[in-house]
Design a protein around this ligand. Structure first.
Ligand SMILES: [Zn+2]
Length: 107
């Protein structure tokens, strides 16, 4: 993913509209690209900041953005674990089917 793609995805990221693959690519890029991280910070501040000003909340948005990135990473990790787990289950099911076939041939 290049910076152009990444920057295009920022609004979708902020609205939680990226699918899991897009999210993974986006996070990978933003974590290692200062320019896009800065752009993300700005757009986050604008979007959330305006909302908060209307609501009259006090806020620490930079910290919140870091939290949001951290949680996105966590979400991604748990999706990955879930996928891994379902893959293991599938392998087990296939193995059991093979075992049943094998046993039925000999019993
Ligand atoms: Zn970039």
């Amino acid at each position: 993913m290049d910076c152009k793609d990444s920057i295009k995805m920022i609004p979708q990221y902020l609205n939680d509209e990226l699918n899991i693959n897009e999210l993974e690519e986006f996070l990978d890029h933003v974590r290692q690209c200062d320019e896009c991280k800065e752009e993300l910070t700005i757009q986050f501040l604008v979007q959330e900041g305006l909302q908060r000003l209307e609501d009259g909340d006090t806020f620490n948005l930079t910290m919140e953005l870091n939290d949001m990135l951290y949680l996105s990473g966590k979400k991604l990790q748990s999706r990955r674990n879930l996928l891994k787990f379902s893959y293991i289950l599938q392998v087990l099911v296939i193995f059991e089917c093979a075992l049943v076939v094998f046993l039925s041939m000999f019993l």
